[in-house]
Ligand binder design. Structure first.
Ligand code: NAD
Ligand code: MG
Length: 353
């Protein structure tokens, strides 16, 4: 029996995780947490809001599935890595913000870090633990979101409702907006850098509207391996929770007879500058990725509240990145300080936007 602690149990990933756990006799929920909704009875230990570390200490799970949204997921990520408890990670923001600290904690703890993000789960499977020097480059696919193909001036007036209508994935509101701005792919670029130890110039992003190819790895011998499947998060969730078993799921296999189309294009970085901003923040290292994430969280919340136009999300992030010092964080306190300082700069930039 694998004993699982599920954090963010009421969200999109959380609910799909419950389905996976319920359909697999070898998986058991021992603890669950949500941000605000009641989850009484979902697991022997449950918690709504508050500090998740004491819950994890009490539950002592075999696997933590972290599906909290945003920087709030960081303490749980670090707890699992530090304590050698396997971490199934959906909460990409924690790894983006705290990449170096997280990897150092994992080296000390010695547990597995299994990506739940579909692209990274795909890349992890294509890579099969091969060393980075055998890899030519990693390709992350992006659906392009609801505004793919639009020009900048057509995005002036878009509303949260329009931005929330994602063409291929049904997800929580924050990541859906991130998909519309391409910030999500920017976060994933940084996430991939930390997960797979590849420099940024060897990680490419391509737009692939049908979201069937999740990632692709080009090897130095000229071969490229791709991972395909219908867009359904239960596949990477199940892979991470049952690793290395690759348990059966009820997801239908790919049907080529129905006319699958695999198209790939370069992303339009003029219209969607968040991808370039993320790449630059990643390349600057230090706490620049943390600041990118913090400013994005502030700007997305303001957009969802109707307080900020869609195109100003990238402006707030760009201004914040230009204003932070970006110095590396030696410990969690310094990282939390970098996050807070980026948030207050982003708030200031919101006020004048
Ligand atoms: P969501 O908004 O649907 O759910 C978020 C969950 O986190 C909810 O259960 C909420 O109660 C909980 N939460 C929020 N703040 C919390 C706090 N301070 N403490 C405890 N719990 C808190 O979000 P989602 O779409 O499920 O995404 C969750 C994470 O997974 C995000 O990091 C997202 O980027 C990542 N992810 C999601 C998908 C997807 O398909 N939804 C795909 C890949 C990665
Ligand atoms: Mg993804």
């Amino acid at each position: 029996m694998k004993r699982i602690a599920l954090l963010g149990a009421t969200g999109s990933i959380g609910r799909q995780t419950i389905e996976v756990v319920e359909s697999h006799p070898g998986l058991e929920l021992v603890a669950a947490a949500s941000g605000s909704q009641s989850i009484e009875g979902l697991a022997p230990l449950t918690q709504v809001g508050g500090d998740l570390v004491p819950l994890l200490e009490r539950a002592r799970p075999d696997v933590v599935l972290n599906a909290v949204v945003g920087f709030a997921g960081l303490p749980a990520t670090l707890w699992a890595l530090e304590n050698g408890v396997d971490l199934a990670l959906a909460n990409k923001e924690s790894l983006v913000a705290a990449g170096e600290l997280a990897l150092a904690a994992q080296r000390r703890g010695g547990g597995l870090l299994l990506p739940v993000d579909s692209e990274h789960s795909a890349a992890f499977q294509c890579l099969e633990d091969r060393p980075p020097e055998t890899v030519d480059s990693l390709v992350l696919t992006a659906s392009g979101g609801p505004f793919r193909g639009r020009a900048r001036d057509e995005l002036q007036e878009v509303t949260p409702e329009e931005a929330l209508a994602h063409p291929t994935w049904n997800m929580g509101p924050k990541i859906t907006i991130d998909s519309a701005t391409l910030a999500n792919k920017g976060l994933e670029l940084i996430e991939a850098h930390f997960l797979f130890g590849l420099p940024y110039e060897r990680i490419e992003v391509v737009v692939h509207p049908s979201s069937v190819v999740h990632a692709l790895v080009r090897f130095r011998d000229g071969a490229a391996l791709a991972h395909l499947g219908y867009p359904d998060m239960r596949v990477p969730i199940s892979f991470a929770l049952t690793y290395p078993e690759r348990a059966a799921t009820r997801i239908p296999p790919l049907d080529f007879a129905s006319g699958l189309r695999l198209e790939f294009h370069a992303p339009d970085v003029e219209t969607f500058p968040m991808l370039t901003l993320a790449r630059r923040a990643g390349e600057q290292h230090g706490t620049y990725p943390c600041a990118f994430n913090a400013a994005n969280e502030v700007a997305v919340a303001a957009f969802l509240d109707g307080r900020l136009p869609f195109l100003a999300i990238a402006e707030v992030v760009e201004e914040t990145l230009a204003a932070v010092d970006g110095a590396p964080a030696r410990d969690l306190d310094e990282l939390v300080e970098a996050d807070a300082s980026a948030r207050s700069l982003a708030q200031r930039s919101l006020a004048v936007a």
